[in-house]
Design a protein around this ligand. Structure first.
Ligand SMILES: Nc1ncnc2c1ncn2[C@@H]1O[C@H](COP(=O)(O)OP(=O)(O)O)[C@@H](O)[C@H]1O
Ligand SMILES: [Mg+2]
Length: 252
């Protein structure tokens, strides 16, 4: 009998959508990603963990929940202050995969104003996706957020030099055209991050969260953004290939 190769063993991969700024697309992208993963790996166990008390993505996705897709939005993930309950979240990440024959994907949606210093669980994730638009307000909040993330990694490394470091991927969102994408890329070119493909502005996203007959809105969104969804789910599947970009900017 052949022994399974190590890369064929079921694994847990974790991705979080985060930025201290609201309205940049965290919930929208978490929703697209969960549906994309579920379509792509029809055997995998997928969990959306909504650490946003506003519950945008979990409210919308719970109608798709079934035995292999769960939507978790409960008090165990929060402290009374509204901050993430890092201890419980880390225990949860470590407890997966529960079924040894199944890959697990954990996708976190997080709220605006969620500072990295109170979110030590971020360190346990494989990829931190940081969406931003080209607007000045979003860009400056994002640059501050990246700085705060580096600070968190730095202080955790000081405690444990073996601590793994997640890959930070900027997601340019609501982009109007290629020039705007290039402008964003220039702005971030001094940051030691991965820089993702653009998600263009589309009015269809306004209807992403509502419940429509036969989920036609969601199907249309997935179809129109198929290329993007393939790209982002690929990144999660192959997250181990995202080596820490040490000190440089890296276009994906
Ligand atoms: N690529 C896009 N094109 C058009 N509208 C978008 C796009 N991405 C997100 N939106 C819209 O922007 C608003 C904020 O998105 P949301 O995902 O709720 O942000 P966040 O979770 O970061 O607060 C929503 O109305 C959403 O429909
Ligand atoms: Mg949100």
């Amino acid at each position: 009998m052949r022994t399974p190769q190590s890369d064929q063993r079921p694994r847990t991969r974790t991705a979080v959508f985060a930025n201290s700024k609201g309205g940049v697309g965290k919930s929208t992208l978490a929703l697209l990603t969960c549906l994309g993963l579920a379509t792509r790996d029809t055997l995998a166990n997928i969990e959306l963990i909504d650490v946003d008390p506003q519950s945008t993505s979990s409210e919308s996705l719970k109608r798709f929940a079934n035995e292999r897709f769960s939507v978790i939005n409960n008090d165990r993930m929060f402290l009374a202050s509204g901050s993430p309950n890092n201890g419980n979240i880390v225990n949860h990440i470590d407890s997966l995969p529960r079924d040894r024959g199944q890959n697990s994907f954990l996708v976190f949606d997080s709220p605006a104003g969620n500072e990295p210093e109170r979110s030590s669980f971020l360190q346990k994730c494989n990829i931190i996706f940081v969406p931003t638009s080209v607007s000045d307000a979003d860009v400056s909040a994002t640059i501050k957020y990246l700085e705060a993330l580096r600070h968190l990694f730095h202080s955790q490394r000081a405690q444990n030099s073996e601590a793994m470091q997640p890959a930070v991927v900027i997601l340019p969102n609501m982009v109007d055209n290629r020039d705007e994408f290039n402008e964003l890329r220039r702005i971030f070119s001094n940051e030691p991050v991965y820089f993702g493909e653009p998600l263009y502005f589309s009015r269809l996203f306004r209807k992403a969260f509502r419940e429509e007959f036969e989920d036609n809105n969601v199907k249309r969104l997935l179809r129109i953004n198929q290329w993007y969804v393939d790209w982002i789910t690929n990144l999660i599947f192959n997250s181990e290939k995202l080596r820490r970009p040490s000190t440089v900017f890296h276009q994906l």
